[in-house]
Write a protein that binds this ligand. Structure first.
Ligand code: ZN
Length: 309
């Protein structure tokens, strides 16, 4: 196998009002994302001359339109993260018409705010179902990045069973079938899978298990050299804000005892590790690693354009 010199690192940012500290959606957290998390990320990308993709929920875009506008002059891509990040509005539980309505509405809103054509989508909490492909096609999207091939979540996140599809999804970016985002076909949506090796390669893993991430990054970089698979890394500006001085109002999300322990208690203890500036330092080290290995940092949209998939 020949060595591949076109190694890509696609950094992506999901922008929403989720508070990791309080384990809930909060407008106040959205304001901190705007005032603290976003400027930190934009400065970091500026420092390393990086273009990346930001997926915004329609909710935060409506609440604080500046959060969208502030990325434009830096050359980043605006993508859609749906209208809403609530459990009820997951793309694995909404009927087709509602999915389409959320997609059309978020696309129009983000295009209006940014002046960019919005063609990339990432589902909130990566929850999608069998009609999401058609909903994306019919609302003018061309790219999806909601599939985390070979990521295994067990019962640690919502929509656990559907996410078993991840195990068998193709690893390299692919044109999806019209029936499923998890399968290759001749539909009009290009899937750019998130990086994973059983555990997700995302900001959360980096903060909670930095040692595991340091092994993952080596494996993924090696894979890229051989087959050209882009690194698709996912962070949230709400990881780089500090709400630690606020008393936690912790709300249980599950009534089942075991999943309550896994999803609520365990997760909420772990997920707050290295929030704020120490998390940002870990992220910067990750960026430095791929910079040193001569990876190219670009937006998901530009990557797809260059690949002619
Ligand atoms: Zn999200």
């Amino acid at each position: 196998m020949s060595k591949n010199n076109n190694k890509y690192c696609l950094l992506s940012n999901d922008v929403e009002t989720t508070s990791i500290w309080h384990n809930s959606l909060r407008d106040k957290t959205g304001l901190k994302v705007l005032k603290e998390g976003m400027p930190l990320l934009l400065d970091l990308y500026e420092k390393y001359d990086i273009k990346s993709t930001f997926f915004f929920t329609g909710y935060i875009a409506k609440l604080y339109p500046e959060v969208v506008r502030m990325i434009i002059s830096h050359g980043h891509e605006v993508g859609s993260h749906g209208m809403s990040h609530t459990k009820e509005n997951g793309f694995d539980v909404m009927p087709f018409n509602k999915q389409k309505q959320h997609l059309v509405e978020s696309k129009a809103l983000l295009e209006d705010l940014s002046g960019q054509q919005v063609i990339s989508f990432r589902a909130p909490a990566l929850r999608v179902n069998e009609v999401t492909t058609r909903a994306l096609e019919e609302s003018g999207f061309l790219i999806d990045s909601s599939v985390a091939s070979q990521r295994f979540d067990m019962f640690m996140s919502f929509g656990g069973l559907k996410k078993l599809n991840w195990l068998f999804a193709p690893r390299l970016p692919y044109r999806t079938s019209a029936q499923s985002l998890f399968k290759k076909g001749d539909g009009s949506i290009i899937e750019v899978p998130l990086s994973a090796s059983l555990l997700p390669y995302v900001g959360t893993t980096l903060r909670v298990f930095p040692f595991i991430s340091s092994i993952q990054r080596r494996l993924l970089a090696m894979e890229s050299s051989f087959n050209g698979k882009p690194i698709v890394f996912d962070v949230h500006p709400n990881e780089y804000i500090d709400e630690g001085m606020e008393e936690r109002q912790f709300k249980k999300r599950s009534s089942n005892l075991i999943s309550s322990f896994l999803q609520d208690t365990l997760r909420s203890q772990l997920k707050v590790k290295n929030l704020g500036l120490s998390g940002l330092d870990l992220y910067e080290r990750e960026i430095q690693y791929f910079k040193k290995k001569s990876f190219q940092f670009t937006t998901i949209k530009d990557y797809v354009k260059q690949q002619k998939l």
